[in-house]
Structure formats: structure tokens, C-alpha cells
Design a protein around this ligand. Structure first.
Ligand code: 4NP
Length: 154
């Protein structure tokens, strides 16, 4: 079977999805599971930008360096390249469904559906929030990353 591949998608690709990418990268290494991992945004406002400084700081606090990540917009080929595309909230899922090509390989679904008790819920956008909101987003993406690693190491 080919290596699992996962794309995380939020709105700007500067807060939540880079954190999800970093969390899964770290856990996959820890667990010795090979997964192709990337992130993107449905919007294009931040294309080419580094993650939000608050996300960079938060990741650093947990021992991860995401300062080299650069935002990009989700594109047609992602639906043909990734086995799994996870939306960070229901609006992102709606937007992905709107742009998905008619035939593609990716399973497109909501990220928090992977976490027991969180079906249908969002990783809340911390962009207009405070440090606590970033911590909550981090806890959420870590719970989802744990579920993914479990799924792929089983
Ligand atoms: P993200 O957060 O989708 O988690 O990267 C946001 C980043 C930027 C904006 C909104 C959300 N924005 O409106 O520019």
C-alpha cells in the first residue's frame, strides 16, 4: 500500500493548519510512521507568508519550529495527490466541497470527526483571539494528530 498522505486545510494557512501539520509531523516521527503531510488555505490573502507569529511562538513552546513554513492556497491537484484532506472547520469543509473536482482520490472530511466526542465541531479560528485560543487550537490539532497516527500505525 502506498504511504498515507494528509493535507490540512484552514482559511489562511497561517494559524491552525500549520499547527496541525507540525503536530502530525512530530507525532509521526515519534511513532515511526511515514506520512506525507502538508497544509494549505482556502483563502489566498496570506500566500507566501510565514505562519502567524503567535502560532510560531506556540509551536516553539512545544519544541517545534514552523518559522520556515509558507502559506499556500489549496489547488486542484491536491485533490488528486492527497489521500486525505482534512478541513479544520465546517466552513472550510463547505469551501472544499465547492471547489473539489468531480473526480478525485482524496477523502475530504472534517478533522475533528477523528476525535471521539468532537464530531462535527471546529478547530476554532484563533486569528482574532488570544493566547488561550491558540492553546485550544493546539490541543485540538494534537488530539486529531494522535488519532491519525493511531490509525496509520495500526
Ligand atoms: P487560519 O486563521 O485559517 O487558522 O490560518 C486565519 C488567518 C487569517 C485570517 C483568518 C483566519 N484572515 O482573515 O486573514
Amino acid at each position: 500500500m502506498s504511504q498515507p498522505s494528509v493535507l490540512f486545510v484552514c482559511l489562511g494557512n497561517i494559524c491552525r493548519s500549520p499547527l496541525a501539520e507540525a503536530a502530525l509531523r512530530a507525532r509521526a516521527v515519534e511513532a515511526g510512521v511515514a506520512i506525507t503531510i502538508d497544509s494549505a488555505g482556502t483563502g489566498d490573502w496570506h500566500v507566501g507568508h510565514a505562519p502567524d507569529p503567535r502560532a510560531v511562538e506556540l509551536a516553539r513552546k512545544y519544541g517545534l519550529d514552523i518559522s520556515g513554513y509558507r502559506a499556500r492556497q489549496v489547488r486542484d491537484e491536491d485533490f488528486h495527490k492527497f489521500g486525505h484532506i482534512f478541513a479544520l472547520d465546517p466552513q472550510n469543509l463547505k469551501d472544499l466541497r465547492r471547489i473539489e473536482p468531480s473526480r478525485h482520490i482524496a477523502e475530504v472530511r472534517l478533522l475533528m470527526d477523528l476525535v471521539p466526542g468532537r464530531k462535527g465541531t471546529a478547530v476554532i479560528d484563533p486569528y482574532y483571539g488570544d493566547e488561550q485560543d491558540f492553546e485550544q487550537a493546539w490541543a485540538d490539532v494534537c488530539a486529531a494528530a494522535d488519532a491519525l497516527v493511531k490509525r496509520y500505525s495500526g
